[in-house]
Structure formats: structure tokens, C-alpha cells
Design a protein around this ligand. Sequence first.
Ligand SMILES: [Zn+2]
Length: 233
Amino acid sequence: MSSVVPRTSVLVKGPASVPPTIALTFDDGPHPEYTPRLLDSLADKGFKATFFLIGEKAAQYPYLVKRICAEGHQLGNHTWSHTEPATTSTASFLAEVQRTRAYLNDLTGRDIRIVRPPKGELTIGKVKGLWQRKESCILWNRDPKDYRMASKGELAHWYRTFQPVAGDVVLLHDNHPFAGECVEELAAALRPYGVRTVCLEEWLPNPSKNGRSGDSSQWQRPIVRESVSPANV
Ligand SMILES: [Zn+2]
């Protein structure tokens, strides 16, 4: 597998930088109610984050996409309709990614080259297709599964036991309320560690330069699953 898939195509965890940085990522938005609240809370704490948007939701709420950009956050591509990986062909997946990229480019002027596949599920063909289009796959290494939680208290509890490590990519969702409601608790969890939150672009090579730079250990082989996962990422 590694002979045909570039090791530089899938990011699971960022660099072990000093001082430590972590990446907060929010999937499945924008949401008309929860995303604005989340943005208010992130601004209050001075946190920066990356939003992996569903294209058709971005088209429904373009003002929220513009607000995300205006407040210094990064955009990512989460396909046009949150395709089910087990039943989506490589061609369909890549077409959805391209449609979302084109829409976000027209809307914001930004060329979005980071992709989070729904449920984090990839095949060799999908990874190769993204790489040929000079796009990077972004997965994660910390997942509280906020989409399964029934109350804000559950996420607050997860944060109380969260011990952040430099390079963590935390998966959260802004189509559910709890991530936005628990930013105070997240801030309290990070404070003792002196961790700074960054947009993913801070870890990625400058696309205007040739090749990829940085710590190659942050890039890993893709996770390839053929079966349907219960995850709802
Ligand atoms: Zn998702």
C-alpha cells in the first residue's frame, strides 16, 4: 500500500511542537443555530479552528461560511452531501469534493485543499485521486464522539479528563450543540498545559512552495475500511 500511496497524503496528528499546539476541527456544518454560538465562544477565548463544511450546507448558509473566514478560522472540505463512504464510488466522491471546492472558492476566494472524508473512511483510489488534485486528507487522533452525547455534561466530563498532547487533532461537530456550549470547559482543560489552538494550515506546507516540508512523521498511511462503520463523523 505504501508503495502506491504517498505517505504525505493523510494527516492524523500534527507535529510535536514546542510550545504545544493542537487543532480543533468542527465537522458537518455550518448550522444556522449552533455555528454562530460556537463562533461567539471561540472568539471569546481567542481560539482558532478548522471547519470541515458540507458543501450543500455551505450553499444554504453562505453568510456563515463568510463569518468563519472573517473571524480567522480555516475552511475544509467534507464533500457536497456527506456521502456514505461504503456506497460511494471513487468518481462520485471526487466529484463531490470538487463541487465543494469550487463552491467555496467562488464564495470566499480561498482554494480549499484539505479534505476530511465522511466517517474518515478512505480507499486507495480516493486517496490517490485527492493527491493527484493536490489535496490533503485530514483525519484525527482525539474523538470525544460528541455527536453521540445526550447532554452538554457528557462533553464537559470528557474535557475534564482530556490531557492534550502537542499535535492533537480533535474531532468535534457544529451540527450538534455541545461543542459550542462547552468551550469554557475546553479552555479550562487546555489552560494547565499552555496549549495554543491553531488552524491546520499552520502545520501544513505552504502550497505556493514546491513539495511538502515539516515533520514527515505527522503523515501516515490511510485507514482503508471496506465495511460500513457505525461512526457518524
Ligand atoms: Zn461528517
